[in-house]
Design a protein around this ligand. Structure first.
Ligand code: GLV
Ligand code: MN
Ligand code: MN
Length: 430
């Protein structure tokens, strides 16, 4: 909790309330895959918090939760909610992730609502439109492989048939898991009515790099500003690369008689590093590798590895993947194996809406004059929604810049500053 004697703020106490949910004793940090018991507990927590604030909560056909703060006296229907201001983030996590990636944006949305409701109650806020707080499912894609699955379904960026056929590590389909969670697969997909509700979308998020701590922005004590305004998201995609060989016995198969896909995969991982290092601004990662069947005394028959490639120029991303694919074919042939590349998702570089960005900057600069504009290498639902509606983001300082790790961190004062900035930015847009 807060290091000082001050009372714990709303955002920090909200985060503390979910601090034990989805803890992963084996990996460290949190594992909160979409529709796991941990993520469902968090969804229920959000719904209870929103309903406790008098917001009307519903879950749409794609599993996105909406909590409505309607205009006083309004009909609470689609017509009166058209073009609303929407803010939110996600509650699912990567395996062994940190406490803030996603939940910080959701908790900050609730805390910012409290600030705005108090201002409206005291007559200091006169709104012209409704506000909705949202939670998007499967932002990380850590269960079904495709990141931002909820916003992709909402916008039609993924075909529902493709989404419904995705399978998790247990072989369960997204269709079955969605059905078990009360959704109707037949209704999933692009939702014009839901999109029409969004006038502007703002996502507050933990900063996932050291952008706010660079010398350019830090003060004499080496401390950067608490908040930044997002301006772009790096283009990124995911590919599955399957090396197939001959499964066999680890003791009886001579080294010269093997067609071992693990040897091919190992060489490819190093090539991925070399290819990305040779291309300025590129990032390429193999963070997941699965030998089949996966036994200590078994030469694998197949190794699946997942490739994450990012670059500001989409054509360069495509070129990098082609190069990696070419290397995979060459290595596989040499090892007596075969290689198959499958694209799982692709998002081009996104520049956030300039007018909305200017409005966010104006609001945030009243509180934090040094708040910079920051690009990010991380993907977000705000990036997917940007093809349909004006979107913008606020990032809250992360002292080490470490993210997708249990060490991801936000100081309490910075979390409070994020809420203050979000509340003012929302007020100016309401
Ligand atoms: C999500 O955080 C991503 O950038 O993959
Ligand atoms: Mn993330
Ligand atoms: Mn996130």
């Amino acid at each position: 909790m807060k290091e000082t004697n001050q009372p714990v703020s709303t955002v920090n106490s909200l985060l503390a309330a979910i601090g034990e949910t989805g803890r992963d004793a084996k990996r460290g940090g949190y594992s909160r895959p979409v529709y796991s018991s941990a993520e469902i507990t968090l969804r229920e927590w959000f719904i209870a918090e929103a309903q406790g604030r008098g917001l009307e909560v519903s879950t749409d056909a794609n599993g996105i939760i909406w909590a409505w703060w309607d205009l006083p006296g309004s009909a609470k229907d689609a017509a009166s909610r058209k073009g609303s201001l929407v803010t939110g983030s996600h509650l699912d996590s990567v395996p062994g992730g940190g406490a803030f990636d996603g939940p910080l944006g959701v908790a900050s949305a609730l805390a910012a609502f409290d600030v705005l409701a108090a201002r409206e109650g005291s007559g200091d806020l006169h709104r012209h439109r409704a506000l909705a707080l949202t939670v998007f499912p499967e932002e990380e894609g850590s269960r079904f492989g495709v990141a931002c699955l909820g916003s992709r379904l909402l916008t039609g960026a993924i075909e529902p048939a493709k989404a419904l056929n995705l399978r998790d590590a247990n072989g369960d389909s997204f269709a079955d898991i969605a059905t078990a969670n009360g959704l109707d697969p037949a209704l999933m997909g692009r939702d014009e009515a839901a999109l029409a509700l969004i006038g502007d979308f703002i996502e507050l998020h933990v900063e996932q790099g050291r952008g706010l701590n660079t010398e350019e922005f830090t003060d004499a004590a080496g401390r950067g500003p608490a908040v930044a305004i997002g301006n772009s998201i790096l283009g990124h995609g995911r590919w599955r690369l399957s090396f197939s060989g001959q499964g066999n016995h680890a003791g009886t198969t001579l080294m010269t008689d093997r067609a071992d896909p693990m040897i091919a995969a190992a060489q490819l991982v190093l090539k991925v590093r070399d290819i990305a290092t040779a291309q300025p601004a590129a990032r390429a990662t193999v963070g997941r590798l699965e030998p089949v069947p996966g036994g200590t005394n078994v030469i694998a028959s197949r190794v699946d590895l997942w490739l994450d490639v990012r670059h500001p120029d989409d054509a360069t991303t495509a070129m990098l993947v082609e190069k990696i694919h070419g290397q995979a074919q060459k290595i596989a042939a040499f090892e007596g194996c075969s290689a198959l590349l499958t694209e799982e998702s692709l998002s081009g570089t996104v520049n956030f809406d300039a007018a909305l960005g200017a409005s966010l900057a104006k609001s945030v600069h009243r509180l934090i004059p040094g708040a910079p504009l920051l690009p990010t290498g991380a993907g977000h639902d705000a990036g997917v929604l940007a093809s349909e509606v004006p979107t913008g983001m606020l990032y809250v300082r992360n002292p080490s810049g470490i993210s997708h790790s249990p060490e991801e961190y936000v100081e309490h004062d910075d979390a409070d500053a994020g809420v203050a900035a979000l509340a003012d930015a929302l007020e100016d847009l309401l």
